[in-house]
Design a protein around this ligand. Structure first.
Ligand code: ZN
Length: 325
């Protein structure tokens, strides 16, 4: 789901919730009218008064103020009559008002007068739509990051355990999100064999950033290559690639896992990473191919961009494959 679709769907949801709340209120008012006929009569008289007022103003616009004052007097009396009738029938007048899911925006998605701004419920819905758009598994988050899955034994030839190291990586990821988009090093590279938590880290960062209101896209190199290839075939310039160039944070999972097709991979990744770096936009990469292979596959310029320690934090994940239990 792209952003425009998501917004259209969200707005349609508001319209239907609002319509339902209002129709239900009309139904309750009708039922109240059966129990308290004076209430129904007062409602009818009020409507008639409004119609009469409208006609009178059209006929004598100069008398508008006077007519309005007369209407208000009449309405005030009818409202008193109505409420007394409801009270006598044991009906709470508040129970006849529309029951909106969100009382702040009355299910319109916007608050404020005269300047409208998105309601908190709208911001929440947009964020949820963005998360759905990333197809992130709900188990992927810093909150659900389970350090006990990693071995507490010292890693071969190292003075720390996989668990202690992953705790550092997790903290670095959280810090990265807190500082975003002002990280001294905007890019992050997670390198390591499959099953060590690289994709999980990308997912945690993307989720946290979306929750904090940033735009972030998580995509596999395979899917990204697919988009590039289609675009080449359809010759659409960079339209389909634009979101991946412009998004605040692009997380590319499993770089090197895509099929090798002539120079398409290297060229497309070069221009993408190049444009993002020039615009100072953050790119995260997870890969299990060694730096020499990165160079071989994508060329020196991409490899040196990806491995530039001035702009990229590099984490080398080692240890036991989590998927082997
Ligand atoms: Zn609201």
């Amino acid at each position: 789901m792209n952003n425009t679709n998501a917004l259209t769907e969200i707005m349609a949801g508001y319209a239907s919730r609002r319509a339902k709340a209002e129709q239900d209120a009309i139904k309750r008012a009708r039922e109240a009218g059966l129990k308290a006929p004076v209430y129904a009569k007062a409602l009818l008289l009020e409507r008639e008064a409004l119609v009469r007022y409208g006609k009178a103003v059209l006929e004598a616009p100069d008398n508008a103020d006077e007519l309005k004052a007369a209407l208000e007097r009449e309405r005030a009396a009818l409202i008193l009559e109505r409420e007394a009738a409801l009270k006598a029938a044991g009906i709470d007048p508040a129970s006849l008002l529309p029951k909106y899911e969100c009382e702040h925006c009355r299910d319109t998605g916007y608050c404020g007068d005269p300047i409208k701004r998105p309601c908190g419920c709208m911001a929440q819905r947009l964020m949820e739509a963005a998360l759905v758009g990333t197809h992130l598994d709900e188990r992927v988050s810093f909150e659900k990051f389970n350090l006990s899955l990693f071995s507490g034994d010292l890693m071969n030839g190292r003075a720390e355990s996989q668990r202690a190291y992953m705790e550092k990586v997790k903290r670095a990821g959280e810090r990265y999100c807190e500082r975003f988009p002002d990280n001294p090093k905007p890019n992050v590279l997670f390198y390591g064999m499959p099953g060590l938590g690289k994709s999980f880290m990308l997912g945690c960062i993307v989720r946290r950033l979306i929750e904090r209101g940033h735009n972030a896209i998580l995509i596999t190199a395979y899917a990204l290559q697919d988009i590039v290839l289609r675009e080449r075939i359809q010759n659409q310039n960079t339209l389909a690639l634009a979101p991946y160039i412009n998004v605040d944070l692009l997380a590319i999972d499993d770089l090197g896992g895509e099929p090798r097709i002539n120079n398409v991979s290297s060229e497309s990744f070069f221009s993408l990473i190049n444009e993002r770096t020039r615009a100072n936009r953050a790119t995260l990469v997870a890969t299990n191919i060694a730096s020499s292979e990165l160079q071989d596959r994508y060329g020196d310029s991409v490899a040196s961009r990806l491995l530039d320690v001035n702009t990229t934090s590099i984490f080398w994940l080692r240890g036991r494959d989590l998927r082997q239990g």
